[in-house]
Structures are given as structure tokens and as C-alpha cells.
Design a protein around this ligand. Structure first.
Ligand SMILES: [Zn+2]
Length: 298
């Protein structure tokens, strides 16, 4: 995979050292220093600190360090999305119920214009919304606005429009905040570190030490969300739903339903969404805060 992180691997990392123990130590030390310098300069060149979204009424403000471009993440997501959609279509599991699809699209179409509050350009993204026939209680929005809702989420939770808006708002918020890109950037940082460990490892005769330290760069799509990302998605999602005319209190009920239907079994949705104990309180407080927006939008 061609990434900025790969630039941190100088040629001397690939095994041309170790002609003699003493010389190897000196060369490896030099290599490690070079790698560290490269790693930090790659970050200086490639990492940028950004604010992906405006703060909105819920006041989400946190600057993010990005080492990978939006374009790269979005294009990867576009390809992955297409592959998933084509596969599901071949299996006859795509948009099998026109009524369900129309319902999900209608709610999404009301939320999308509200994204302008956080990102003025977001309503013009190439949004796509599809429903996949599956028992999984799951939904996601890939970077750039590629959405999938699983029928298990709709059927098993006997989900209301307000609750569906809460799920969609939450998932769309992850995309607006570019959380996947942020996680991928963290992984890229890990990869740079792994390269340095490889070089140090090579000096000590341990091959692939860096590989043990890191399983490599992933694009942050489908990886578990951090608690911080979850809280941001909860708050922004609640505001999006409220502005679109959906009762923000539904978010509280939604997570309760999720916990119940799980019944000790790990739900795919919850496995990528760690639910902290204080989540309910946070949802309640922020739902209250955006109630005036909901009242105004009705
Ligand atoms: Zn989430």
C-alpha cells in the first residue's frame, strides 16, 4: 500500500546491514536516527491539524491530526462501497423491500440538508443510501456519505422514524467528522513507528519486529470507534435529527433497545460502537439542548 508512512522506510532497513556486529550496530543506530528524522519530517510535511466540522448548537470542537488526505479515504470508501453493494445485489439482498428503502431514503433526505450546519459543502457530497437484507442489527455511513442500513436494525428493533433518524444522524456524523480518516492517520503513525522498530529490530537480529508491533495500515473503515468519536457522533447526530424534524429524545430509547435486543449476544453495531456507561446521560442532556431546534423544525 503506497502511503506517506512508507517514505519513512529507508533502504537500509531492508537487510543490507549487519556485515559485522560492531559495524552493524553503528549503521543500525544511524538508520534508526535517519528513520526517526524521516518519520518526524513526514509527519511535519504530511500531518495537518484540521477542524473537520463547525461546532453547531451541540458545541463539538476538537482539532484533529490527519496524515492521509480526504480524497484518498473517500476514493477507497467509494470502491469498498461499490463492492459491497454489487455483492449484496448478486445475492438478491439489496433493496428487496421497496417500502423499507423509500422510508430510509426519505429520512436520510431530510437529514442531508442539515449537514450544512457542520460542513457547508456536505449536502453536495455524492450521497448513496441502500438497504441490505440481513439479520444483523447494523447501519453505517462510509466516508463521503455512503450509507447502508440492515433490515435487522429496522425489524428487530421495530424501529420508529425518530429512532432511525437517530441512527442515521449518528452514522452521518462519523462521516462529517471524518473519524475513519483520523483513525487511519493514527494507524499511519503506528506504521511509521513499526518501521523504526523494524530497523532497531534488524540491528538486534530480530526480523519483522515492527510487524509484531503493528498489523499494518488500515483505512480506519470498519474499525471500532473510540469513545471520543462516539460521543461526538452522538451529539452531532442528535442535532442533525432534531433539525430534520425528528424527536432527539429517540436517541436515548434507541440505545436502550439496542442493549435489550442484544441479550448478551454482541451486535455488529455495538461491536464497533462501545457504549460507555454515561452515554445515556449524555444523550439525554444533549437531546434536551436541541429540543428548541426540533420544535422549530416541525
Ligand atoms: Zn458510532
Amino acid at each position: 500500500m503506497n502511503t506517506a508512512a512508507n517514505f519513512a522506510t529507508p533502504a537500509c532497513a531492508q537487510g543490507e546491514i549487519l556485515p559485522s556486529a560492531r559495524k552493524a550496530g553503528a549503521v543500525a543506530g544511524q538508520c534508526a536516527r535517519v528513520a526517526l528524522m524521516l518519520a518526524s519530517s513526514v509527519c511535519l510535511l504530511a500531518c495537518q491539524t484540521v477542524q473537520t466540522t463547525r461546532s453547531g448548537a451541540v458545541g463539538v470542537e476538537r482539532s484533529q491530526r490527519m496524515a492521509i488526505s480526504s480524497e484518498r479515504i473517500d476514493s477507497e470508501a467509494r470502491q469498498q462501497y461499490q463492492q459491497i453493494i454489487q455483492l449484496e445485489q448478486r445475492k438478491g439482498r439489496l433493496n428487496a423491500n421497496p417500502g423499507q428503502l423509500a422510508r430510509v431514503r426519505r429520512i436520510t433526505e431530510r437529514i442531508i440538508p442539515q449537514t450544512a450546519v457542520f460542513r457547508p459543502e456536505a449536502p453536495r457530497w455524492e450521497w448513496e443510501v441502500n438497504v441490505i437484507t440481513s439479520n444483523d442489527v447494523n447501519a453505517w455511513c462510509m466516508p463521503g456519505g455512503k450509507i447502508a442500513v440492515y433490515t435487522g436494525l429496522i425489524d428487530k428493533l421495530n424501529i420508529t422514524d425518530d429512532e432511525l433518524a437517530a441512527v442515521l444522524g449518528h452514522e452521518i456524523a462519523h462521516a462529517l467528522r471524518e473519524h475513519a480518516r483520523e483513525r487511519a492517520s493514527e494507524q499511519a503513525g503506528t506504521q511509521i513507528l513499526a518501521n523504526v522498530i523494524d530497523i532497531i529490530g534488524a540491528a538486534k537480529g530480530i526480523q519483522g519486529a515492527g510487524k509484531i508491533a503493528s498489523t499494518g495500515l488500515q483505512l480506519g473503515i470498519g474499525l471500532p470507534n473510540s469513545r471520543e468519536h462516539e460521543t461526538e457522533a452522538d451529539r452531532i447526530g442528535i442535532e442533525l435529527a432534531a433539525r430534520a424534524g425528528y424527536n432527539p429524545q429517540a436517541a436515548v430509547v434507541l440505545w436502550q433497545k439496542m442493549a435489550q435486543v442484544g441479550g448478551g449476544q454482541p451486535l455488529p453495531f455495538l461491536s464497533t460502537h462501545p457504549a460507555p456507561g454515561d452515554r445515556q446521560n449524555d444523550l439525554r442532556a444533549y437531546a434536551q439542548r436541541v429540543m428548541p431546534l426540533y420544535e422549530k423544525s416541525r
